[in-house]
Design a protein. Structure first.
Length: 216
């Protein structure tokens, strides 16, 4: 401690075991939060690139999107006997959307954890603060000294838990809302591509399509 300032490391070392456990838990939650954020951003970028290429992009995401379009082509072959183009289109897009829904749900599987961190971390930090203040007052009573020099370090240790809780919760809340909106937008974009592709397949794979090929 120099010049009346206490470093974060000193605050942690001087804290009681309960407050230390709370701080470690919050720091771990914050690290987990950032891992989820970067993983979601990376997944989102690959997903958008694969959608734009209609499954022709390289990598695992391109293969997954490719399977969605493959499901549409398979369904188009099965639905060739249907005379109505609207029925064929509905069957094709339904098959593709089932695959797409599974992909979107898998891609954003980490987002609920961000919501949990955003909602729980402040209260965990508050618990650490309350516990630290109680311990600090108990120490003051035992020492029978209420001077600021005695009170301040204990209060600072306690408040550090709340600060760390907020530092974990604020990015998690912001990222959850932004990423949920981004995945929703990407899902709508994928659905539009599916609708267009389904319409094209329905037109190209009707009952008269084989006849046209033979005549040609």
């Amino acid at each position: 401690m120099q010049g009346g300032e206490i470093s974060p490391v000193e605050l942690f070392l001087q804290a009681g075991p309960v407050v230390k456990a709370v701080i470690v838990m919050l720091i771990a939650s914050s690290l987990w939060c950032w891992i989820i954020i970067f993983e979601a951003l990376w997944t989102l970028a690959r997903l958008r690139r694969a959608i734009r290429s209609e499954g022709k992009a390289k990598g695992r995401m391109g293969e997954v999107i490719g399977r969605i379009f493959a499901a549409g082509r398979e369904e188009a072959f099965e639905a060739q006997a249907s005379p109505a183009e609207s029925d064929r289109r509905s069957a094709i897009t339904a098959a593709m959307k089932r695959q797409a829904q599974e992909l979107i749900e898998t891609s954003q599987r980490g987002l609920p954890n961000l919501a949990v961190i955003a909602s729980v971390a402040p209260f965990v930090g508050l618990f650490g603060t309350v516990w630290g203040i109680m311990t600090s007052f108990a120490g003051i009573a035992a020492a029978k000294d209420t001077s600021l020099a005695v009170v301040a370090p204990g209060i600072a240790e306690a408040l550090a838990a709340t600060a760390i809780g907020l530092a974990a919760a604020i990015p998690a809340a912001f990222a959850y809302n932004r990423l949920a909106a981004a995945f929703g937008l990407t899902a709508r974009s994928l659905n539009r591509v599916i609708e267009d592709y389904g319409t094209r397949l329905a037109r190209e794979n009707g009952p008269v399509a084989p006849l046209r090929k033979k005549i040609a």
